[in-house]
Write a protein that binds this ligand. Structure first.
Ligand code: ATP
Length: 367
């Protein structure tokens, strides 16, 4: 992977009237990277894609693609291609005409268009007999493949995907997720992919960019975002989690010493590599992902433990999810590997233990 940025976004702001949809976004994407853009509805994901694609102009800031400033360059002349959630296939054109359309616009000779359409059909693993069909005679997943084929035919450097899989059923979505990953590997194009599906983001992306309220909160590799979230919002947005309040008594280069009314901890210390930089003496949160908990039977120990009463149980198949209330009345999420004998039952009082190596201590939102 080449490390020079293909896309460099510097302090981009976008206002619609008095509403500030992007409040200073800076992002650098490397050649060949797969970036997933996630965040709550209305946080500015689509707006950011539209500025990159050139469908809209930023109010201020700069967007460079391969070092070239995109200000004033219309969408058609940018090396980008955008695929939308609601696919915009032309209903009156055949599949072949749809896929070849971007090249026809560029007045590419018909023979060359035909050859490229055939290449795209093969790349997207679409059957050649579909070429003469109209979009309505294809399934939703096939139509989405045609849309992807059309977006790839002009060899874009940057593929901008705005929730292209969200309208598909779960099974088809899984198939197309695998397709996207394969496509990304085989063509080496840089992807910026907006999705609401966090599992999809974790699965596909080299780096995940979490946005909220027109700003980027965190950009990092999936494991970093999951295990080292920048703040409680990111922690809760990327997967379910438990944020247990603690009081940090002291912080030094080695880590923290803390106290907690409910957590039993043999050392009451956390090493520095598991503590966010901005944590200081005073209130903090210990993040414990649901899958870190295990039930401690009599005589069993763990680095940390908490007492709780099981309230709900949801058998998901491979894993079982539990809800429990701790001694402070807080709701806990627990996920345990599924077995035929369930280790906990609703109403049971249990002791839950966890090891420290995968926890993360972070600053509460309002401190
Ligand atoms: P979703 O996940 O729901 O698609 P999003 O993160 O993609 O959301 P955007 O579509 O980027 O959100 O919209 C960001 C904000 O800007 C929203 O509050 C939206 O209402 C507003 N917005 C978008 N386009 C316009 C416009 N043309 N005029 C006024 N407001 C707009």
């Amino acid at each position: 992977m080449n490390s020079s940025p293909i896309l460099d976004i510097q302090d981009v702001q976008k206002a619609y009237g008095t509403f500030q949809a992007l409040k200073g976004v800076s992002l650098s994407v490397r050649q060949g990277e797969f970036i997933a853009l996630v965040g709550p509805s209305g946080c500015g994901k689509t707006t950011l894609l539209k500025q990159i694609a050139g469908f809209e102009d930023p109010s201020s800031g700069a967007i460079r693609i391969e070092g070239q400033d995109m200000a004033g360059i219309p969408a058609a002349h940018r090396p980008t291609s955008m695929v939308f959630q609601r696919l915009a296939l032309f209903p009156h054109m055949t599949v072949a005409e749809n896929i070849g359309f971007p090249l026809k616009l560029r007045k590419t000779p018909p023979d060359e268009i035909k050859a490229r359409v055939n290449e795209m059909i093969a790349l997207m693993e679409l059957k050649p007999i579909y070429l003469e069909r109209f979009p309505k005679a294809l399934s939703g997943g096939e139509q989405q493949r045609v849309a992807l084929a059309r977006s790839m035919i002009s060899s874009p450097k940057l593929l901008l995907l705005d929730e292209p899989l969200s309208a598909l059923d779960v099974k088809l979505k899984k198939v197309l997720q695998a397709e996207l990953k394969r496509l990304h590997r085989s063509v080496g194009v840089t992807f910026v992919h907006v999705t609401h599906d966090l599992e999809e983001a974790m699965m596909l992306a080299d780096r995940i960019c979490v946005m909220r309220g027109g700003r980027i909160l965190q950009l990092g590799e999936p494991a970093d975002i999951y295990y080292r979230p920048a703040d409680p919002f990111v922690a809760g947005f990327i997967g379910e989690t438990n944020l247990l309040p603690i009081n940090v008594k002291a912080r030094d280069a080695g880590g923290i010493t803390y106290e907690s009314a409910e957590i039993t901890d043999t050392t009451t210390t956390v090493p520095a590599n598991l503590v966010a930089d901005d944590v200081k003496s005073g209130p903090a949160l210990m993040m414990v992902r649901p899958e870190l908990f295990r039930r401690l039977r009599d005589g069993e120990t763990a680095d940390c433990a908490i007492d709780a009463t099981v309230s709900e149980i949801f058998v998901k198949g491979g894993t079982v999810q539990y809800r429990a209330r701790d001694t402070m009345g807080r709701d806990l999420a627990i996920e345990i590997q599924g077995t035929s004998q369930l280790p906990m039952q609703p109403g049971e009082q249990v002791r839950l233990g966890w090891d420290k190596k995968d926890i993360w201590v972070l600053k509460p939102e309002d401190v």
